[in-house]
Design a protein around this ligand. Structure first.
Ligand code: COI
Length: 356
């Protein structure tokens, strides 16, 4: 049996403020849902987007056994719709699932469900460059039980949301606070899994940073508070002395970003020297002092490429590249979005094209 479809009788299309999409505010007409009953995932169905009901004893509300993903569908300038590396999201969801004791979901089915959903809600894929249909798969334990155990039953849902840029700044540089008072994740913890707990852990420091006018927080390692980890909504990259440097996944507390991986591949192919290595915040400060810190930018599905114009650490302000986007960040943005929108040849086979 394939995925069954129940079409919505009404559309949310006209209630969307297409000129002001922002991020994650509007949702398309349908969602995919599949249930694990304790032994197997069912075939799944596509139904109208809407509320789902659970008892208050549903485990995830209490113990947070939940994982999610984020990917995008782009309008292809030559027609049709492009998904960007959905296989990587399917794999990452399963590695998060393993860490959170959630039963694995068939990776082919994951991509197939997204294709069916995007096909059905194709009119929600924005036509403007810089905009896209954000796809949010989420999976959680849904048994009703209060003992601290992995859930027996699970729910897997995919929703979609037409979006513009994640930060209101768009491609203009953001201002980021480096914190050492709070931590997001530690080696051996959940930092490498895309699970709600990491985002919950980031909220307090993020709120404090916002009150002071910062867009986000840059996290340091959770033990020595010395090594750069990531931003939470994106991975972080530095250009120092013409070398693109980013913390390694082996640090154990960093999310393996799909955009991170893509940028590293593009950079290597463009002949840019790349180093995946631990980087101390002290090294960032010193390179700023001697004038070799050329660029800082974040990479993420929601954020795409987000240049960092100002970095604050303790009382020190670092203004990066005169608070302008740097040449490597710009090149990465142009190449990545060019491939995503079908303007640049996809020599990596990253695109899954959907005919409409
Ligand atoms: C993404 O980039 O897709 C994310 O999930 C980051 C954030 C929106 C939570």
């Amino acid at each position: 049996m394939g995925i069954s479809i129940v079409k919505s009788e009404i559309t949310r299309y006209d209630s969307i403020d297409w000129a002001n999409l922002g991020f994650g505010k509007f949702f398309s007409d349908h969602m995919f849902i599949s249930i694990y009953d304790g032994t197997r995932w069912d075939d799944g169905k596509i139904i109208p987007y809407g509320p789902i009901s659970y008892e208050p004893s549903m485990m995830t509300l209490h113990y947070g056994q939940t994982i999610f993903e984020g990917l995008k569908a782009y309008y292809n300038v030559k027609g049709g719709i492009n998904l960007f590396r959905p296989d990587m999201n399917a794999k990452r969801m399963n590695s998060s699932a393993e860490r959170l004791c959630i039963p694995l979901f068939d990776e082919k089915k994951f991509v197939e469900a997204i294709i069916e959903l995007v096909k059905l809600d194709q009119k929600f894929v924005p036509r403007k460059k810089g905009e896209s249909l954000y796809i949010r798969p989420v999976c959680f334990g849904s048994s009703c039980f209060l003992g601290v155990h992995p859930s027996k039953e699970y729910t897997f849902i995919i929703i979609t949301s037409p979006v513009a840029s994640y930060y209101p700044e768009g491609l203009n540089p953001v201002k980021i606070l480096i914190v050492d008072e709070y931590v997001r994740a530690v080696r051996g913890g959940l930092g490498m899994a895309k699970t709600a707990a990491n985002y919950a852990a980031s909220l307090y420091a993020g709120m404090k940073a916002k009150e002071k006018g910062f867009s986000q927080v840059l996290w340091l390692d959770g033990i020595q508070h010395e090594f750069v980890d990531e931003v939470g909504a994106m991975n972080i990259m530095f250009v120092i002395d013409d070398v693109l440097i980013t913390p390694p996944l082996s640090q154990g507390s960093i999310l393996p970003g799909v955009t991170r991986d893509s940028v590293l591949k593009l950079a290597r192919d463009m002949g840019i020297k790349v180093q995946e290595r631990s980087i101390k915040i002290q090294e960032v400060l010193e390179s700023y002092e001697v004038g070799t810190l050329q660029e800082v930018f974040g990479t993420g599905t929601a954020a795409t490429i987000s240049p960092v114009g100002k970095l604050y650490y303790k009382d020190k302000e670092m203004i990066i590249n005169n608070n302008q986007i740097g040449p490597i960040a710009q090149k990465m943005y142009d190449t990545l979005t060019g491939i995503q929108h079908g303007e640049i040849e996809d020599k990596y086979n990253w695109i899954v094209h959907i005919e409409i």
